[in-house]
Every structure is written in C-alpha cells, then in structure tokens.
Design a protein around this ligand. Structure first.
Ligand code: SAH
Length: 219
C-alpha cells in the first residue's frame, strides 16, 4: 500500500473542511473522511488530486464516488457502531472503508469480476470489518440478513424488493433512484422500514451515479 504522509493527512483535513462548508455536519462521518487515506484507492497517477472533491475513474468504466457524495450518503444512513451495513457496488472500496471506519460491520457486493478481484485483497490490507462478495447486489445477501442499513452506490431503476426484505424493521436504506424520465440522473432517497414492513420516504436532491445493472457482469 502507498504511504500516508503528513502531506496527505493535511490535504485530507482540507477536504474535511470543504465537506463541512458544503453542509456535512455528522462528526463521525467527517472524522472517517479525515481518517481514510483516499489516495491509496486511486491509480498512482491520481495521487496528487485524490483529495479534491471529485469523482475519478477506477478502471472497468467505473468511478470512485465524489467525497461529498460518500459523506452525504454516509450521513443519511445514520450509522452507529456495530451496525450491519450492506453496500451495493463495492467499486474502489472507499465508501466501504468510510463506513467501517465509522464502526460498521460492512458487507459489500460488486458485480464486475475484475473490480472484485482487485478490491477484495486490497480491502483485506485494512484493519476493518469488511466482507466483500461477487454477485448481483439486487439480490442482496440472504445468508447474512437482516441488515440495519443498506446503501446503494449506483443509480437504481427501482427499489430492489429483496433488499427491502433484508432490512430490519426500523432499518434505513439510502438509494439513488432514477428519475422516471431520465435514467442517467437520480434522486437521493432515504427509505425507513416501519414495524409493519411499509417504507417511509424522504428525498434529498438530485445526483448522478453509474447505473445499477442486473446480474453478474461478464466484463
Ligand atoms: N462505492 C464505490 C463507488 C461505486 S460505483 C466506491 O466507493 O468507490 C458503482 C459500482 O456499482 C460499480 O463498481 C459497479 O460495477 C457496481 N454495480 C453496478 N451494478 C451492480 C449490481 N447489480 N450489483 C453489485 N454491484 C453493481
């Protein structure tokens, strides 16, 4: 793993300030962003710009989400220590590490074999509680259910029913749901599962994610 220098730590604190200025208030989220070395998730050619508040390519046509998006989704999720969190779309593994740094037990699913093969051993180098799976995130992980929280980090055409079923009563799902008239942009939703199984829905503005696809990728 690349070293984490004082310079990187300094850049990270500047990023934390940028996120505060943009309205992130949850101290556990800000501390986690301040702790996880984002530059080690990017190709070394991006190291110098790793702490800008921008998304970057991670290969296989996928991206590491913008820090603001990671912080926003993490804040909406209301995570506390020891919670079981299911993430759909492992990608670089950065979001999974931020949640693990916040004290979550993270289960994360990636559908692209090459990303999974790269990210799984990489995440094992961190002292975090993260289990990585290859599969279709739409189906969740019935063996490990129920989950306290579910976070989807790709643009979803619909709310996957299996994931609702795998959420505990009182549990929260944060999901970027496609606009009806435009499958390339989403609205960020927080869905809370009531004791009777119904969902309450809160909306948090527009966002843009790579698509949540069906089935395991052959790519
Ligand atoms: N959370 C990631 C960003 C993910 S980008 C990070 O922190 O870097 C979205 C990811 O979702 C991509 O890696 C994409 O391959 C994956 N994905 C898309 N459809 C999926 C599905 N059905 N199941 C699991 N992963 C999926």
């Amino acid at each position: 793993m690349q070293e984490d220098s004082y310079r990187h730590k300094g850049l990270r604190q500047q990023l934390v300030q940028v996120l505060k200025d943009k309205g992130i208030t949850d101290e556990t989220v800000l501390n986690a962003i301040g702790a996880v070395p984002r530059h080690v998730f990017l190709d070394s050619s991006f190291v110098e710009i790793a702490y800008q508040d921008k998304a970057f390519p991670i290969g296989s046509g996928q991206t590491i989400s913008q820090p603001y998006t990671v912080a926003m989704q993490s804040q909406l999720l209301c995570v506390s220590k020891g919670m079981k969190v299911l993430e759909i779309g492992t990608g670089s593994g950065y979001q999974a590490c931020v949640l693990a740094q916040m004290g979550a037990k993270v289960f994360t699913i990636e559908r692209q074999r090459n990303l999974y093969m790269k990210t799984k051993p990489f995440l094992a180098e961190f002292p975090y509680n993260i289990k990585t799976f290859l599969g279709d995130g739409n189906k969740g992980l019935p063996t490990y259910a129920p989950f306290d929280r579910v976070i989807i980090t790709a643009g979803a055409p619909e709310v996957p029913q299996s994931l609702v079923d795998q959420l505990k009563p009182g549990g929260i799902m944060v999901i970027p749901l496609n606009h009806d008239d435009d499958a390339t942009t989403q609205r960020m939703l927080r869905l809370t599962k009531q004791p009777d199984g119904t969902l309450t829905r809160e909306e948090f503005g527009d966002c843009k994610f790579v698509p949540l696809l069906k089935a395991i990728g052959k790519d």
